[in-house]
Design a protein around this ligand. Structure first.
Ligand SMILES: Cc1cc2nc3c(=O)[nH]c(=O)nc-3n(C[C@H](O)[C@H](O)[C@H](O)COP(=O)(O)OP(=O)(O)OC[C@H]3O[C@@H](n4cnc5c(N)ncnc54)[C@H](O)[C@@H]3O)c2cc1C
Length: 518
């Protein structure tokens, strides 16, 4: 007989584990996760988590910065929820045991790009995510929450128009099982693995977004992919994030001729929003014919650098660079998926029984460009609201978006199999980086859309974790590309060289809902 869990939570990053810990007080909980418990983006988060807890700061100021960064597309109601519930959620994390750094007994607050005041809490210097993940995993274990590792969710099951179960594959035994539930919470993270160069963990393949799309959930804002300006760029070394906080502490960007260049692009110089810095770096790399620029902290107190950024210092030292003595080579990398399963402020999708929290969700708080350190905050604020909603109004769902479109059917004139490379994760990542990356245009996006459609037309049913992830990356890439092709303007993280300015008629979201294609 199938057990029906009160809560089935997919993913064991901050959103999944925090939701599980709260849900435990209200019913039976099962967490499925496709790798080990700590295989997630959360454990790599460095800079910290934003909250207006410092002197002179307020939720209203935090809200203003969030709206300003989001380039006209932030949902004000959702962002107000985010910023006004921030300090309570920080209190919860402290109660669970997250050891935020302090100075003289007061919480230490850092500055990051586009925040008007210091408001970033961090732990272990630049190891915030690792501390959060370790703490939540320990609490989950102590609470006796079952976490099934190496189990990948592959399909949402519906009864009528309600999500009632998930099909999953045990990647060790190859066995497929259906798990029934009253509330299904997707906490599967982002889709950074669509791109060749990314700071994201291997598991960030957009599975939750893709399986939600296939079951009729609305997917919003996929054209907005945030590229982080500063990832370590060394041959043979995986791009490793060099936190925004390094520039917040005074780190300078130099081109390979040793010249500072950011002031020519924005009066905030190194502390300009990420999209501006990422495009400036890309342009400077092209101008100097180099595949990187330099991030320099050699003028800062070495004691401060090693104390504040121990993880970055260690990683670079292991790669042969002493950052207190030499500038480090960096280049932009895909970093954050602003889009995802569209939810209301209670984490409900338009499918009853299906909730989304964390990076796989699109609550609207980031608009077209996420304000640094708002994403960890979003996970806990909205995960908590999901659990609250399952108690107060378990049969609710988000109002459908008025103008949802669906992915176009695969065109009959899509290039034949002989004209395109075989579909592999690497081929997809390289296509997306080249044609739908930091700077796009109509022609490059049309080329990408046509290759992706051809791949879709020949895709076999997934049989294991790699083929499932590839199918999910393909769905997410098609959503990104089609949305980016439709949006004939530049806004936030979406930059089209053929439409370099924002346009008033594009002051709206793009939402995709499946009809019968893809
Ligand atoms: C290098 C780096 C640094 C960052 N620094 C910061 C920062 O300083 N501040 C900040 O606010 N944000 C930061 N971010 C972003 C932030 O870390 C993430 O947005 C956040 O951790 C996402 O949490 P999550 O729980 O939604 O997803 P994740 O932590 O990615 O967890 C997703 C989970 O879902 C599981 N999963 C996925 N698909 C399936 C499936 N099909 N079946 C079963 N399980 C599945 C994964 O294995 C994983 O356990 C950073 C991101 C990166 C990559």
């Amino acid at each position: 007989m199938t057990t029906t869990y009160d809560y089935l939570i997919i993913g064991s990053g901050i959103a999944g584990l925090y939701a599980a810990i709260l849900a435990r007080e209200h019913g039976s909980v099962l967490v499925l996760t496709k790798g080990s418990i700590d295989d997630c983006n959360t454990r790599w988060a460095q800079g910290g988590i934003a909250a207006s807890v410092g002197p002179g700061d307020s939720p209203e100021k935090h809200l203003r910065d969030t709206i300003e960064a989001g380039a006209g597309l932030v949902d004000e109601e959702a962002a107000r929820v985010l910023t006004s519930e921030a300090s309570d959620r920080i209190g919860d994390l402290v109660s669970l045991g997250v050891p935020f750094d302090t100075v003289h007994g007061e919480v230490a607050l850092a500055t990051e790009g586009a925040h008007s005041t210091p408001r970033i809490l961090h732990a272990g210097g630049d190891s915030t995510g690792a501390h959060i993940e370790l703490t939540l995993a320990s609490v989950a274990r102590l609470e006796g929450i079952t976490v099934l590792e190496h189990t990948i969710a592959t399909e949402i099951v519906t009864d009528g128009d309600r999500a009632t179960a998930i099909r999953a594959l045990d990647t060790a035994s190859g066995e497929r099982t259906t798990y029934a539930c009253r509330a299904l919470i997707l906490a599967t993270g982002g889709a950074g693995q669509m791109y060749q160069t990314t700071t994201n963990a291997e598991v960030a393949t957009g599975d939750g977004i893709a399986i939600a799309y296939r079951v009729g959930a609305e997917i919003m804002d996929m054209e907005f992919v945030q590229f982080h300006p500063t990832a370590l760029h060394l041959p043979g070394v995986q791009p490793f994030l060099i936190s925004e906080a390094v520039r917040g502490e005074g780190g300078l960007l130099l081109d390979t001729n040793g010249e500072r260049f950011m002031a020519a692009y924005d009066e905030r110089a190194e502390l300009a929003p990420r999209d501006i810095v990422a495009r400036a770096i890309r342009e400077r790399m092209l101008a100097t014919g180099s595949d990187h620029v330099l991030l320099d902290v050699t003028h800062l107190d070495p004691g401060l650098v090693t104390a504040r950024f121990p993880q970055i210092f260690r990683f670079c030292a292991d790669s042969g660079i002493n950052i207190t003595r030499q500038p480090l080579p960096i280049a932009p990398a895909a970093h954050y998926t602003m889009g995802g399963a569209r939810t209301n402020t209670w984490g409900e999708t338009n499918v009853a029984g299906l909730y989304a929290a964390g990076e796989c969700a699109c609550t609207g708080v980031h608009g077209a460009n996420r304000l640094a350190s708002n994403s960890l905050l979003e996970t806990v604020v909205f995960a908590r609201r999901v659990i609250q909603r399952t108690i107060d109004a378990p049969d609710g769902r988000a109002e459908p978006a008025p103008n949802a479109g669906s992915l176009r059917p695969v065109p009959s004139d899509a290039p034949g199999a002989s004209d395109i490379p075989p579909l592999t994760r690497e081929a997809l990542q390289s296509l997306m980086w080249r044609e739908a990356g930091i700077v796009r245009d109509g022609e490059s996006l049309a080329r990408a859309a046509s290759v992706l459609a051809a791949w879709q037309s020949t895709l076999a049913a997934p049989t294991d974790r790699p083929s499932q992830e590839l199918a999910d990356l393909l769905t997410c890439s098609r959503l990104v590309t089609e949305a980016a092709l439709s949006r004939e303007e530049s806004r936030g993280a979406h930059y089209r060289s053929d439409f370099p300015e924002p346009r008033e008629d594009w002051h709206r979201h793009l939402v995709f809902r499946r009809n019968d294609v893809a």
